[in-house]
Structures are given as structure tokens and as C-alpha cells.
Design a protein around this ligand. Structure first.
Ligand code: CA
Length: 227
């Protein structure tokens, strides 16, 4: 059965674009223009994913996000014109799976939807991860690049594992700090940057043009989707 995507969006040109693109990609699109309608439609229609605008005519999209997230883990992708980094971070920290900034590339949005729908349920238990020249063996606690062993610290391994488990999705600095160190602080943030730089020197051919770990400026990091 086709997946249903709830679009909460008030911009007519974006609605037209999304309706066509979603239909072309085999999804059922359900469109509402207000936040309260979005929450009501979510409850009554049980969509598989929500595309959520932040600037809505009634309540703020962030409130829609919080209300839905309080009761459901349905994938939610923020589609926002605001593009302010602190809002993206806030949305991700409030449980959004991803965000795109208007004007967005429709192909990229469809890719993000596929990632969010997949949610990688298999990753938690996978023993060996391979992406291009990089191989991470979670069972044996080994990293190799082109077959050569990579030496790493426990925190570098934890960071890499976390990114791979959530690959394709942007992880905020806060999320990484809380999952690797157990809390966030300015010192931990600085440590994260240092570990990330070290990790990249070990696995990236060109650290200024990374193949594996992408920097989301001011927000966090994303491991490439890799398939
Ligand atoms: Ca809007």
C-alpha cells in the first residue's frame, strides 16, 4: 500500500510542487494549511510521515512538532523558509527527523523522505558496516580504510558508531554530546570538535571535502546515506 504523507503547509506554490512530486514518487499526499488541522489530520489519518512548515497561519509549526512528538514517533521533516540555524537546531532537538530549507531541491527532499521512512531499523544490530573504502566492524571493534587498520580512541569510535546508526540524518551537536558524553557543555562541545577533526583525518581522503561525515554548519553532522 502506498505511504501517506501529511503536508502541513500554507504556501500555494509549495503545495502544488509537493503534490506533484509526492504523487510522482508513489505517495498519497494529504494537505492541510493550518497547524491545528495538521494535528487533527495526524490523529485521524495516521500518516506515515509529516512534512511540516514552521510559519503557519495559526499556531507555530514548532508547536505542532511538539504536540505530535509528545504522542508519536512518526517521521517529521521540517520544511521551512526561515532557514535560521537556531530554529533548525531547535526543531531537531524537539524531535524532528530532518529539515529542508526553502527553496529546496525536490530530488533532495524525496531522498530525505526515503531516509526518514526507512528509519534504519536494522542498523542497531548490524555487525559490520561498509561504505566505499570504509569498513567498521562493531563486533570486533575495528575500523579499516582500504583494508588498512585505522587506530582510534573510544570516543572517536562512539561518535562514528552514532553517526552510522543514524546515517542520512543530521545529528545536532547536543544530540551527539548527550549520546557520547551523557551531557552537553561548552567544554564537551569543544571536545566533540577536536574528536571530529581527528576522526576525519583518519578516514577522509580530503578533510575539506569529506566523503563520509558532512558538516551541517552551526547544527551538527550527518553521515552520508551510503546506498
Ligand atoms: Ca508558511
Amino acid at each position: 500500500m502506498d505511504k501517506t504523507i501529511l503536508v502541513v503547509e500554507d504556501d500555494p506554490s509549495i503545495i502544488r510542487l509537493l503534490k506533484v512530486a509526492l504523487k510522482t514518487n508513489g505517495y498519497n499526499a494529504l494537505v492541510v494549511e493550518k497547524g491545528v488541522e495538521g494535528i487533527a489530520s495526524f490523529l485521524s489519518q495516521k500518516p506515515d510521515l509529516i512534512l511540516l512548515d514552521l510559519g503557519l497561519p495559526d499556531i507555530d509549526g514548532m508547536e505542532v512538532l511538539q504536540q505530535v512528538r509528545a504522542i508519536s514517533s512518526v517521521p517529521i521533516i521540517i520544511v521551512s523558509a526561515r532557514g535560521r540555524e537556531n530554529e533548525k537546531v531547535e526543531a531537531l532537538d524537539n524531535g524532528a527527523d530532518d529539515y529542508v530549507t526553502k527553496p529546496f531541491n525536490i530530488g533532495e527532499l524525496m531522498a530525505r523522505i526515503r531516509v526518514a521512512l526507512r528509519k534504519h531499523p536494522q542498523i542497531k544490530n548490524e555487525e559490520v558496516f561498509v561504505c566505499k573504502d570504509l569498513k567498521v566492524d562493531f563486533e570486533k571493534y575495528q575500523i579499516t580504510l582500504n583494508g588498512e587498520p585505522v587506530h582510534f580512541t573510544p570516543n572517536e569510535f562512539k561518535i562514528l558508531k552514532l553517526l552510522i546508526e543514524h546515517r542520512g540524518k543530521v545529528l545536532t551537536h547536543k544530540f551527539i554530546q548527550e549520546n557520547v558524553w551523557g551531557y552537553q557543555s561548552e567544554d564537551v562541545y569543544q571536545s566533540l570538535r577536536v574528536y571530529m577533526a581527528a576522526l576525519r583525518r583518519k578516514i577522509e581522503k580530503d578533510t575539506s571535502n569529506p566523503e563520509y561525515i558532512i558538516t551541517e554548519v552551526g547544527i551538527g553532522y550527518r553521515f552520508v546515506e551510503g546506498d
